[in-house]
Design a protein around this ligand. Sequence first.
Ligand code: C2E
Ligand code: MG
Ligand code: MG
Ligand code: MG
Length: 280
Amino acid sequence: VAKSQGRDQIQYYSASTDLQSFKHFNLSNDLRKALDKKEFFLMYMPRVDSQTTKIVGVEALIRWTHPEWGLISPAEFIPIAEETGLIVPIGEWVLREACRQNKSWQDQGFKPITTSVNFSVKQLIRPNILQTIDNIIEETGIAAGQLEIEITESSFISNEFEVTQLLSELKKRNIKVSLDDFGTGYSSLYLLKQLTLDTLKIDRSFVEEILTDSVNRSIIQCILTLAKELDMNVVAEGVETAEQYALLKELQCDEIQGYYFSRPLHVEAFAKLLRDNNMT
Ligand code: C2E
Ligand code: MG
Ligand code: MG
Ligand code: MG
């Protein structure tokens, strides 16, 4: 019995692996067409000031409605987009759409907020990336100071020189840069010294256990002290409960992002949130 069970397990495992690779294969094919077929859209997740709970910014998060598989999360297709190079046109679409939407909210009379856009390293190291960013800013009319580019620590691993150069160009334009998922990478402290960053986004994994794990709490306190010293803004990601929020507020973490305030929203729902929060 044990043996046949074992075999079943193996069969099940290999069947699911086949399905995985089949899906992966199909996704990479379908991803090629998804831009033309307008299957992508953005969700918007607010960032709030922890002391006042005022909305200060929004993160644009991509979604893909696949014709057969339905809604696919970026965790699933962004890695494929990176492997295939499709991240370059997809990322450009995200940036353009996010900037256009920011300008549109402002034209509708909402108070200015910052829009942050996630960038993959493959996008950052394209030789013409600055030109692309400049064009999109000009084309959409967003104020450069209202655009924030989110990068991760892993972006620097083999590309420190290119990325450092790019960041200094972005700074000249007053475009903000944040380090996403901070604390999960390899060279955090070294990077903070090397780079001119505006914002640190503390990874959700630290926030998750902030109440139960005193080490995590100490790490967050250290990050906050250091960021203050270096004149950086700190955002806590993944805040889900009132207790987590209360503690982060007490610790003077500048901004909060998480399900406690809002899940990522469709564009209309985000506009409603702005209205409900007197952002007009
Ligand atoms: P990220 O940039 O760290 O974005 C935050 C992710 O955490 C989002 O997932 C968001 O929905 C989720 N999140 C935020 N607060 C909470 C919370 O309180 N609880 C829980 N359980 N989750 C929370 P999402 O939208 O699935 O995005 C996942 C990742 O995919 C992003 O992580 C980012 O790395 C990547 N991504 C999303 N959009 C883009 C894009 O346009 N371009 C690129 N290159 N990557 C993107
Ligand atoms: Mg992000
Ligand atoms: Mg993050
Ligand atoms: Mg993340």
